[in-house]
Design a protein around this ligand. Structure first.
Ligand code: GAL
Length: 380
């Protein structure tokens, strides 16, 4: 009798689990390209993003989807509704024992830049080594001469070992050098937070190189390329200048919002102002976006209220930013006015492959401050 009851309970529980999994299963078409970016090349949109498995948290590599640029919908409602075509894995994890991208590693937030000088597409991504959770906190680099790849893995590193931030004075360095984790019995106290902002973790990681997790890239009008990433245990963002071939660091880097705990950086420049939209640190769970502006990458950075408005704005409409997509307006003649879209991932950790996408137009107040609302049909 008892066994029969147990069997019924188990049956009921598994039915409920199935229903809840199916209920969250999104509609097709499904784009398995997460934490990604969309760039224009040769009449095509190239959408690169994390290729995730149905189950589990490791990586398959990086997928590419393409769409003809002239297939842009007639309004700016949702450019994600292009007819995206899967071109397959352009970077794959490998089975070679000891390779940094060995199957079982985690590849996140891949971004691709075209380097006109070397005539290469350069892919830069957050890499975690197999079996080490999120401890490695490295940046991976891969290259290809064609957008469809396959990309060749180049190397992985932590940025800027043995180098202090470009704007650290002698006094700042002395202060940071005096900080030791062992002197703080507890983390997250007010004193610990001050020490983090002063460089406690920056100094800890000086010899090994700075941690680099959630990330984006940005090429400025003068051609300088920047890698912007969550560093110092995700407590401080850093912006590090890339070498002209985009395959390493020049050694010039700045900290942004030290101790502010920002992730998922997305950046754009408008009328000479740099705007940075980030998330807080709650893993796959959505949280309220943060926004900063500066007259230069070097700062000073000023924090603003979240740009999100309307229902569910306080949870970034369920998403976490990944890229600012610059889309020419379909309406009107040449020159096409650029439209900026905030792209975000709606993470579905039970099946990361099925995570969804948001694409929201960025509008501006009369003073030029970005505003983002969720209109209907902005999902994919
Ligand atoms: C998020 C991050 C994702 C992924 C995830 C892992 O905060 O933005 O890219 O790293 O955590 O829990």
């Amino acid at each position: 009798m008892l066994r029969h009851k147990m069997r019924n309970i188990l049956f009921l529980a598994s039915c409920l689990l199935c229903i809840s999994l199916c209920a969250q299963r999104p509609n097709s078409p499904q784009v398995n390209a997460h934490g990604g970016c969309i760039i224009a090349h040769d009449g095509q949109w190239l959408w690169y993003g994390e290729a995730r498995p149905e189950r589990g948290f490791t990586s398959l590599g990086v997928n590419l989807y393409t769409a003809p640029i002239d297939s842009l919908p007639a309004d700016e409602a949702n450019p994600l509704l292009h007819p995206w075509q899967l071109r397959g894995l352009v970077l794959s994890v490998v089975d070679d024992e000891g390779s940094p991208i060995q199957r079982g590693c985690i590849i996140e937030r891949p971004k691709v830049l075209w380097n006109a000088a070397t005539k290469q597409f350069v892919m830069i991504f957050h890499l975690e080594l197999k079996g080490r959770g999120y401890e490695a906190a490295m940046t991976g680099f891969a290259t290809s001469t064609t957008p469809e790849g396959p990309f060749t893995f180049h190397h992985a590193q932590r940025p800027n070992a043995d180098i202090w931030p470009a704007d650290f004075s002698e006094a700042d360095i002395r202060k940071a050098q005096a900080l030791n984790e062992a002197d703080y019995k507890k983390s997250w106290t007010p004193e610990w937070r001050v020490a983090v902002a002063d460089g406690l973790l920056l100094k800890r990681d000086l010899a090994r190189g700075q941690m680099s997790r959630d990330m984006t890239v940005f090429v400025d009008d003068d051609g300088t390329a920047w890698h912007i990433y969550s560093s110092e245990e995700n407590l401080t963002l850093q912006a590090a200048e890339l070498t002209p071939d985009y395959l390493g660091y020049t050694g010039r880097y700045y900290r942004i919002a030290a101790g502010g705990q920002n992730e998922a950086p997305c950046i754009f420049k408008r009328n000479g102002t740099y705007w940075l939209i980030c998330s807080g640190c709650t893993g796959w769970e959505p949280n309220e976006a943060r926004m900063f502006s500066a007259p230069a990458i070097a700062g000073p950075w000023t924090q603003h209220p979240s740009p999100m408005r309307g229902p569910h704005a306080s949870r970034t409409f369920g998403g976490q930013g990944t890229w600012i997509w610059n889309v020419p307006s379909a309406a009107g003649d040449q020159p096409l006015a650029p439209h900026l879209f905030f792209m975000a991932d709606i993470w579905f950790p039970r099946s990361l492959a099925h995570s969804r996408h948001l694409c929201l137009p960025i509008r501006f107040t009369a003073e030029g401050t970005p505003i983002i609302r969720q209109d209907k049909n902005n999902g994919q």
